[in-house]
Design a protein around this ligand. Structure first.
Ligand code: BGC
Length: 753
């Protein structure tokens, strides 16, 4: 897509070979073997990161400190020269321009004299985004969340972290975790679903995987940045309790699990204060209650002041460039704020200490990144496994799938002859093998049509692009089976309506009428409406399935892989089920002030449907398999404030497969104990089982999932009473249940980790 602020298009215009780009290497001090210089004690990896940061800070001049808090976007390469020399000095300009990794998201200069490396930043959660360097595209984050298995994003994170390092970047802008409060949010594909526990677990695992490469990862966008429309001017009104039990809980869980080096504050306002100068979110909750030691970096263009941002918790202004942006954290502005006393030296030192802490604790100082070759084949295998564990079989009437003994297939629509769809925006990976552009959208070069032909060499497979429903129906009528691919493009900076575009609903309806054995494969960023849901016997939700999407779709349709994904979001049945019929500000020009009241509070997704008594099109947690699983022997016992439980999952079908146990919690009277909804996801686990095999699973419920947040005293509070524990294979499936009586329990929400 065209970049919202034009920076990526500028980057693309720069004529630079990949080889030249790869030659830009971050320099940093030698680690390990080299003796630590007596005058640089902070270079000793055996020292604690806190002590190293303190010692390095003490050695820094004011100008050196100011380098670390102000970063540049890659537009600097062409635009920085236009910035007056008294804002960014000529020395700094040439340093930035000579060392920025071309095509990356941004750059923060280091202090070579002291061994402090530059921060070379790249997006994002599906892979390295550098327009000059091909990378491996994982399935969308929403897809990997559907695996219900944190090992999937962890392995994906290890892989993209390795590519981050091997392409000369040491800071990943990866770990998108905004809850799918708004099913039309154009960025839901970059996030990890609608439930705080699932999202926190999956994003936390991704960040852990990335940071295992001794680089920094960045959880984002903090916080409640749940729609794209007017994202830079939207003021979100939401109560503290609702936030703590929903969006913030997702962040809290992920940060606890993975300790990301940085947190990116968001574009929007929350309760009247910008995300990047929000005292409550940044100082009170993140750095106070959660004891976060890393630094807060701004989203690109999300800073609105010097003093307000600095004092309310922003540590680093990132992505500056160059003419339109105001240099709020550039040396002259920050020096003036220091001189007037509006920002204290202690606050500046805190900003720098936090950045240094991340650089020491996460690896960039001791293990400087350098450009090395990438094993793309091995990495594609990681992306393939991720997709195999994540695609969701929504419907399979009469066990039409897996395909057996089929002589002829009509493959229709969705550019299935060209590739699989990807989302757009700052997560846009330049894929290995080159992007295929169809109607301005990026398809990854992994055509399902070719893969199906490879999997089924003896089957006659015809293809029709699907432009004319009647023509497609005619081909479908002559085939044993029809497979219709439908696609829904989503992008940063805009929303996606839930209706399919380009006459695709009519296409499915026409094909289904012509051939009762019609299978729909949906490549979508998130939920869609399916007006044809009752007309087709089988539906596979493929999301954006990544660089090996084609083979994975073919392997699932033919039974080589048994599907095991479960929906990380609810699919609404119709617009009247949405919490807000119209997205706030939709259609208004960018920059228009807008407001939205999130009065559904923490009742997001399935919780909203439960409160309202709505039946969604597809429920959170839903997903079919080619085998069957039985859940039994659920036992629970209190364990301090937590609850420990055990249950048995057995594969009762005829094929090996992976079954997901989902434990939901339900107070006897949810309104009485102050919950936002009748039930919450409390734990989940995936088990790989042969036919007849069973496994005893042990799980622990985090006490916060049993509690409410009480703002008055900043407490978590489990209200005494009976709580039902229910285990099923979807939020709307039959459940095995047990009950437990819990005593009243109250504890501080501060430093609760
Ligand atoms: C996005 C961020 C991204 C940044 C840098 C912004 O537009 O909101 O997610 O990390 O750009 O590319």
């Amino acid at each position: 897509m065209t970049d919202i602020r034009g920076r990526r298009s500028v980057a693309r215009a720069i004529a630079l070979t990949a080889a030249a780009a790869m030659a830009v290497v971050v320099s940093a001090p030698a680690s390990g073997q080299a003796p630590v210089r007596a005058d640089q004690p902070w270079m000793d990896p055996k020292m604690r990161p806190e002590a190293r940061a303190k010692a390095a800070l003490a050695a820094m001049t004011l100008d050196e400190k100011l380098r670390l808090i102000f970063g540049y976007s890659d537009q600097a390469l062409t635009e920085l020269a236009k910035v007056p020399d008294d804002v960014v000095s000529p020395e700094l300009k040439s340093y930035v321009v000579s060392r920025l990794v071309k095509g990356s998201a941004g750059f923060v200069p280091g202090v070579p004299r002291l061994g402090i490396p530059d921060q070379t930043q790249t997006d994002a959660s599906m892979g390295v985004r550098n327009s000059f360097i091909p990378s491996t595209a994982l399935p969308s984050s929403l897809a990997t969340a559907a695996s219900f298995d944190p090992e999937v994003p962890r392995a994906g994170g290890r892989m993209i972290g390795a590519e981050t390092r091997a392409t000369g970047h040491n800071t990943m802008l990866s770990g998108g975790i905004n809850l799918a409060r708004e099913p039309r949010n154009g960025r839901n594909f970059e996030y990890v679903g609608e439930d705080p526990l699932l999202a926190g677990t999956m994003a936390g695992a991704l960040i852990e995987g990335i940071q295992s490469n001794r680089i920094i990862s960045t959880i984002k966008h903090y916080a409640v940045n749940d729609q794209e429309t007017l994202r830079t001017t939207l003021d979100v009104t939401i109560s503290a309790a609702a936030m703590r039990q929903s969006d913030l809980l997702a962040f809290e869980l992920a940060i606890e699990k993975s300790s990301p080096g940085s947190v990116m504050c968001s574009y929007n306002l929350i309760n009247g204060r910008w995300g990047c100068e929000n005292d409550y979110l940044l100082n009170t909750v993140l750095k106070g209650d959660w004891g976060y030691k890393g630094f807060v970096m701004s989203d690109w263009g999300a800073v609105h002041s010097t003093v307000g941002a600095a004092n309310n918790g922003l540590d680093q202004f990132t992505g500056f460039c160059c003419v339109a942006d105001k240099p709020w954290f550039a040396p002259p502005a920050m020096k003036a704020a220091l001189q007037s006393g509006a920002v204290t030296q202690a606050r500046l030192d805190d900003m720098v200490t936090r950045i240094l802490w991340a650089l020491f604790a996460k690896g960039p100082v001791d293990d400087p990144v350098k450009v090395t070759p990438i094993d793309y084949a091995a990495h594609a295998a990681v992306a393939q496994k991720a997709a195999e564990d994540s695609l969701v079989l929504l419907k399979n009437d009469g066990n039409l799938l897996p395909l057996r003994g089929v002589k002829s297939i009509a493959v229709i629509g969705g550019s299935a002859d060209k590739g699989v769809l990807a989302g757009a925006g700052s997560s846009d990976v330049t894929p290995v093998g080159g992007a295929v552009k169809v109607g301005g959208h990026t398809y990854l070069p992994s055509p399902p049509l070719d893969a199906l032909r490879r999997e089924l060499p003896r089957t006659r497979i015809a293809f029709d692009a699907g432009a004319d429903p009647a023509a497609a129906a005619a081909i479908a009528a002559q085939s044993d089976v029809a497979i219709v691919f439908v696609t829904r493009h989503n992008s940063e900076g805009s929303e996606a309506s839930l209706e399919m575009v380009d006459n695709q609903d009519a296409l499915v309806a026409a094909v289904a009428k012509a051939n009762p054995k019609t299978i729909v494969v949906a490549e979508t960023g998130g939920a869609i409406y399916m007006p044809w849901v009752n007309d087709v016997p089988a539906i596979l939700e493929a999301f954006y399935p990544g660089i090996r999407g084609g083979p994975v779709i073919a392997r699932i349709l033919t039974g080589k892989v048994n599907p095991s994904g479960h929906l990380p979001i609810s699919f609404p049945a119709s617009a009247d089920q949405l919490a807000r019929p119209v997205i706030a500000g939709l259609g208004e020009p960018d920059g228009t002030p807008a407001e939205v009241l999130y009065d559904e509070g923490a009742a997001i997704g399935y919780k909203w449907y439960d409160v309202k008594g709505y039946k969604p099109l597809w429920a959170f947690g839903h997903g079919l398999s080619y085998t069957r699983f039985a859940l039994s022997d659920l036992k629970a016992q209190p364990d301090g404030r937590s609850v420990r439980l055990t249950l048995t999952i057995r594969n009762t079908g005829k094929r090996p497969g992976k079954g997901v146990s989902q434990v939901y919690l339900a107070p006897a009277d949810w309104r009485k104990v102050g919950w936002e909804a009748p039930k919450r996801l409390g734990a989940f686990a995936k088990a790989d089982l042969k036919p007849g095999q069973s496994k005893r699973i042990e799980l622990t419920i985090d006490p916060r999932l049993l509690a409410i947040y009480e703002a008055a005293n900043n407490n978590w509070h489990i209200k005494a009473g009976t709580y039902r524990l229910m285990v099923g294979q979807a939020s709307d499936s039959p459940m095995e249940t047990t009950e437990i009586a819990l005593p009243d329990s109250l504890w501080s929400a501060s430093l609760n980790h």
